[in-house]
Design a protein around this ligand. Structure first.
Ligand code: SF4
Ligand code: SF4
Length: 312
């Protein structure tokens, strides 16, 4: 089985994945299940009601695929070559280019087909499409560790990576889990503009700007404007300050490159964004999740906060 594991990793590298690791498909450890339950009890999932659903499945990838034996974890770098101008309304780096669901899925399906053709076994691709603890499995598969900022940190590479999982009935030798930790560093806890992070590495989504500006529907709490700086979609502060990201290299995925239309967006344009313009800019972008109303809401809050008059 070492041979096929090696072949799968080589094929993943040929498909452009930056990391590939393997874990045994089994129930999540009790300690992790307890942490997640506690996170929900504290209401830290905020507006993300879906996080409280399918907990039994989230705890056991064998419930996602009959006869599952292995979880193959994959990582793809999205750190942009070119950043938005500092004065522009800031989008999280992951949303600069084409929707990662599309990009990851295309590559993962090719790898799943390779597994099926080589072994006759079944493989299911999950990229935010099933209740699965991607970061936990990436840590179990030896790819990296989960930092205090709740991101998966790949040693020597940083945290600007999309994660995807292929669950398969193929029994593969598991990699050693990554045992690294943040050590004494607490930079992200000190940097988070919304004080959403805590010592127990739990993100309070009710305070996290990423969750609020993307997932929350309707009005945002009034304090958000005071802490959002010039962020209009998501927040990278707890990654930007992380020492592991000093080593971040730009992605080689052309699909993740931002368009010049995107790079030239202004707060005034976003405040007045029509549904048609939203579609033309973001139909194939992760930004569509916030919908045109959400993006206009965020931009208006930003405009009010920065004292910019809306173009009406
Ligand atoms: S994404 Fe921003 S608001 Fe959320 S935890 Fe990180 S730094 Fe804090
Ligand atoms: S900033 Fe420091 S504490 Fe936070 S995730 Fe990075 S290494 Fe860990």
């Amino acid at each position: 089985m070492q041979g096929i594991a090696h072949a799968i990793k080589e094929h993943a590298a040929r498909l452009g994945f930056d990391a590939c690791g393997i874990a045994e498909a089994r129930q999540v450890e009790p300690q992790q299940r307890h942490c997640y339950a506690r996170w929900l009890e504290r209401g830290f999932n905020g507006c993300m009601d879906w996080a409280a659903r399918y907990c039994d499945v989230r705890d056991n990838p064998q419930l996602l695929l009959d006869g599952a034996r292995s979880v193959i974890m994959l990582a793809l770098n999205y750190f942009p070559h070119r950043l938005q101008p500092a004065g522009a309304p800031q989008f999280a780096y992951y949303a600069y280019g084409r929707d990662y669901h599309e990009v990851m899925r295309e590559r993962m399906r090719l790898l799943a087909a390779f597994i099926a053709q080589s072994t006759g076994e079944t493989a299911r691709c999950c990229v935010d499409t099933a209740p699965l603890r991607e970061r936990y499995w990436a840590q179990q598969a030896g790819i990296g560790f989960i930092g205090m900022n709740n991101q998966l940190i790949i040693p020597g590479k940083g945290s600007y990576f999309f994660l995807g999982a292929i669950i398969t009935t193929l029994a593969l030798p598991a990699d050693e889990p990554c045992r690294l930790t943040c050590g004494e560093c607490r930079a992200c806890l000190k940097t988070c503009p919304a004080h959403a992070l805590s010592e127990d590495a739990a993100v309070d989504a009710r305070r996290c700007l990423s969750c609020l500006t993307i997932e929350q529907r309707g009005q945002l709490p009034s304090w958000v404007g005071q802490v959002m700086g010039n962020r209009v979609y998501g927040c990278d502060a707890c990654q930007q300050c992380c020492p592991h990201n000093r080593a971040a290299q730009p992605t080689s995925v052309v699909d993740f490159a931002p368009s010049s239309d995107f790079l030239n967006l202004t707060i005034a344009e976003l405040c007045d964004l029509s549904p048609e313009r939203f579609r033309s800019l973001f139909a194939h972008s992760a930004v569509k999740r916030t919908r045109v109303e959400g993006l206009r809401r965020n931009a208006s809050l930003l405009a009010a906060n920065l004292g910019i008059t809306k173009p009406h």
